[in-house]
Design a protein around this ligand. Structure first.
Ligand SMILES: Cc1ncc(COP(=O)(O)O)c(C=O)c1O
Length: 362
């Protein structure tokens, strides 16, 4: 044992899929990729295999550009399809707008054009609230529509909804970026392969998530249509997103994509969220969960709910999770409960019991 374990591995939370560890097969892939020397900066055998797998899912023209994190993937993807005067239409709740410390603006040099949405999903009409002003020197030129799939609210666009957005954007000369930090959860929810709601319906470029799906770290920008991008290999370096020992990120992505592990992991996470929702909904229906309401549909691996703040704090003594909107009401808070590839049915049952007990205490 090279180091002493410093944490209690029996602690499970409902805070974030990022709190989960690494799927054993993915960890094993890092060990398999170890040993001997391989070319650095992406010229390795694992990155070559990754390119083949990405083409299988996203089409022959697709290419993967491995990066270190999701913020980097988003900034790099957006930069590669924009000009210095570009604007990016996105949902106000989009991670690029709310959770990246302004990196798309600061690092990417882009103007975000956010639109309020009820559920994290853009529509052609909502896009048009910001997609205007082409040719006006006073306005950042709307060049890209960025959607998140699954959204920050755990909701999922159907393939038809994405097709409509892509048609709409393309008719206006805009490209479509998909933030797929949870693309695996969306595919599992839709029961579609990755290409069926991206490449096949017109998405141009994707931030392909690995961490939330069970990797230790690392994501990839997947370019579906290389025609619409410029200079991504140079931008990736300038954005500090090139891992010198890239083989260890690529090997993890290969482990996920090689035989459907990505899908099994996401299906499981989604099922656990559905189970949590079901358990709590039963209690709401039979009157034993007074004060609990649901604020979003549960379509992937998150349950959004509102409950009395005091009850939420009592649950938190046992299980960590985040307030999503603490200003939800005078005495209520909106919370996000997330499941991951390693959440068990027993964890969900124990968590649901803790919530119901806390509500019972008033
Ligand atoms: C929708 C979405 N996009 C992107 C990211 C990537 O973020 P990070 O830079 O933390 O890897 C996250 C992580 O929480 C996310 O939820």
């Amino acid at each position: 044992m090279p180091i002493e374990r410093l944490h209690d591995p029996s602690v499970i939370t409902f805070a974030s899929d990022n709190y989960a560890g690494v799927i054993p097969e993915v960890l094993e892939a890092i060990a398999v990729a170890n040993g001997g020397h391989q070319s650095s900066y992406g010229a390795d055998a694992y990155t070559a295999r990754l390119q083949e797998l990405v083409k299988e899912h996203f089409g022959d023209a697709a290419e993967a550009h491995v990066v270190l994190n999701g913020t980097g993937a988003n900034v790099l993807a957006l930069q590669s399809v924009t000009e210095r005067w570009s604007g990016v239409v996105c949902a106000a709740s989009a991670h690029i707008n709310t959770d990246e410390n302004g990196a798309p603006e600061r690092v990417g040099g882009l103007k975000l054009l956010p639109v309020e949405t009820p559920d994290g999903k853009l529509t052609p009409d909502l896009i048009d609230r910001q997609a205007w002003g082409w040719g006006d020197q006073h306005r950042a030129q709307p060049s890209v529509v960025s959607i998140t799939q699954a959204t920050e609210f755990g909701t999922v666009y159907t393939a038809d909804e994405i097709a409509d957005i892509c048609d709409h954007a393309h008719r206006r000369g805009m490209t479509v970026h998909l933030d797929g930090a949870r693309i695996a959860n969306a595919a599992a929810a839709l029961d579609l392969d990755l290409g069926e709601f991206t490449t096949d319906v017109g998405v141009d470029i994707i931030s392909f998530g690995g961490s939330k799906n069970g990797m230790a770290f690392g994501e990839a920008v997947v370019i579906v249509d290389p025609e619409v991008t410029l200079g991504i290999e140079y931008l990736r370096k300038a954005d500090m997103q090139v891992a010198s020992k890239q083989r260890f990120i690529s090997a993890q992505l290969v482990a996920l994509l090689e035989d459907g592990l990505w899908l099994r992991a996401a299906q499981h996470a989604n099922e656990m969220a559905a189970l949590l929702r079901e358990r709590l909904e039963e209690a709401v229906t039979d009157g034993s969960a007074v004060g609990l309401t649901f604020t979003q549909a549960t379509q992937s691996n998150a349950v959004f709910a509102a409950l009395p703040r005091a009850a939420a704090d009592r649950v938190r003594e046992q299980f960590h999770f985040y307030d999503w909107n603490p200003r939800h009401g005078e005495t209520t808070t909106e919370v996000r409960w997330m499941t991951a590839w390693d959440t068990t049915e027993e964890d969900v049952e124990a968590f649901a019991d803790a919530i119901l007990d806390a509500l019972d205490e008033g």
